[in-house]
Design a protein. Structure first.
Length: 76
């Protein structure tokens, strides 16, 4: 009985291992505000990984870090 339970558990676990994560992505509210307000969102990457995001006014070129823009500490 113990071997059958272990085998069944192994099958269940290995069957789930290849399943993609189906959870919806939670949008970053600061990034969403930047885009909704008509600005461009640009990621600054370090070692290929996004580390910082900037909200950029395409007309003036002025940029704000997205959370500073979201908190109204930086104005475009």
């Amino acid at each position: 009985m113990r071997n059958k339970t272990g085998a069944a558990l192994l099958l269940v676990l290995t069957g789930c291992a290849g399943q993609p994560d189906k959870r919806p992505a939670v949008p970053n509210p600061a990034a969403r505000k930047c885009l909704d307000d008509g600005y461009r969102l640009v990621a600054v990457k370090k070692d290929g990984v996004p580390r910082w995001y900037f909200c950029i006014d395409p007309e003036s070129g002025k940029k704000c870090e997205v959370w500073a823009y979201f908190r109204r500490q930086c104005h475009l």
